[in-house]
Design a protein around this ligand. Structure first.
Ligand SMILES: NC(=O)c1ccc[n+]([C@@H]2O[C@H](COP(=O)([O-])OP(=O)(O)OC[C@H]3O[C@@H](n4cnc5c(N)ncnc54)[C@H](OP(=O)(O)O)[C@@H]3O)[C@@H](O)[C@H]2O)c1
Length: 303
């Protein structure tokens, strides 16, 4: 049982409200607390110098920073913009928040790791990004914690959920259209349901005895898998719901054979969530359960 340490009237600012995770957090927290949600048209992070003009006059006690330049390959060819949005801007937001006494939760990524460990990464493992995206996100998390060690960096991986389409929506679409669908079988990670993530963040920031949590935490559904196996479960679940698909078995291919990738990707950036469970008492449910639940929902909506 988690003790409540909820402050009297948390006033939450969600930055990145048009995105996959930001829209879910704005909705989830909006049912519980007072929320202001900012999208790119209200706050553009590619011009970090413009951030203070927007945030200085605002009243908030907690920030959830989900906005980021997430197109991994575009980051590789637009390095300056990637570091402005993912590196410099989070630091400025955290400095403004610290001056107001507000806590910041910054969403980080498994791609700060090189994927060579051969076992799930814990928070004490040293990052070693192998892409501009990973390096720029690492810069962002370092600046957020430098602005205040009381801030939280929540590293997540392979997000899916309602709102902006993600991998399950895409792979089902592919399987509807052709028989031969391929995915890397030698790249592993943790599928993570944004609806579960919203509850875990709520626990860390508002519901633990020591809330709001500080430092780095890894958050994802339990277990890890090859990218191909994640796709296969999406396909099998959709087929089980009667969705007419041409592809029934996803063919595994080597990561190196995907010609469209510009940036290097870590082979196995699986995360360990032991620290989160020790802090909150919550054991994230297995990724398979969360994926099945979500794919059943979208399959029923589409039939
Ligand atoms: N998706 C994953 O699998 C994954 C994995 C690991 C970590 N993460 C991290 O999780 C967080 C949320 O990811 P997500 O999947 O929700 O990403 P997303 O759907 O791509 O959303 C990112 C949001 O950031 C906004 N944004 C991009 N550039 C901006 C700029 N210059 N100024 C202001 N806003 C800008 C986007 O605006 P528009 O709506 O206008 O595009 C979008 O609303 C990110 O920090 C990401 O690095 C994601």
């Amino acid at each position: 049982m988690i003790a409540s340490s909820l402050p009297h009237d948390p006033r939450i600012l969600v930055i990145g409200a048009g995105g996959r995770l930001g829209s879910v957090l704005a909705d989830y927290f909006g049912k519980r607390y007072r929320v202001t949600a900012l999208g790119r048209s209200q706050l553009n992070l590619s011009d970090p110098g413009s951030i203070a003009a927007v945030l200085d006059g605002m009243d908030f006690t907690h920030v959830f920073l989900t906005a980021a330049m997430t197109a991994v390959d575009r980051c590789e060819t637009h390095e300056k913009e990637a570091f402005a949005v993912n590196g410099t801007a989070p630091g400025i937001i955290a400095e403004i928040s610290a001056a107001k006494g507000a806590h910041v939760t910054h969403i980080g990524t498994d791609m700060v790791f090189d994927g060579m460990k051969g076992a799930p990464y814990s928070e004490t493992d040293s990052p070693n990004p192998i892409s501009v995206y990973g390096a720029s996100k690492l810069e962002g998390e370092r600046r957020v914690l430098a602005a205040s060690p009381a801030n939280l960096v929540a590293r997540v991986s392979w997000l899916f959920g309602p709102g902006r389409p993600a991998f399950p929506d895409w792979i089902i679409q592919q399987a509807r259209g052709r028989e031969d669908v391929t995915l890397p079988a030698d790249k592993s990670g943790n599928p993570t349901y944004t609806m579960d993530l919203a509850d875990w963040l709520d626990a860390l920031v508002f519901r633990t005895p020591a809330a709001p949590a500080a430092g780095i935490y890894h958050l994802c559904n339990s277990g890890h898998c090859a990218w191909r196996d994640w796709g296969q479960l999406c396909i099998e679940t959709a087929l089980g719901c009667g969705v007419p698909l041409l592809a029934r078995d996803i063919r595994g291919v080597p990561l190196d054979s995907v010609a469209a990738f510009v940036a290097r990707r870590p082979r196995d950036s699986s995360l360990s969530t032991g620290k989160f469970t020790r802090t909150t008492g919550i054991l994230p449910r297995p990724w398979q359960e969360a994926v099945r639940e979500f794919v059943m929902q979208i399959s029923m909506q589409s039939s």
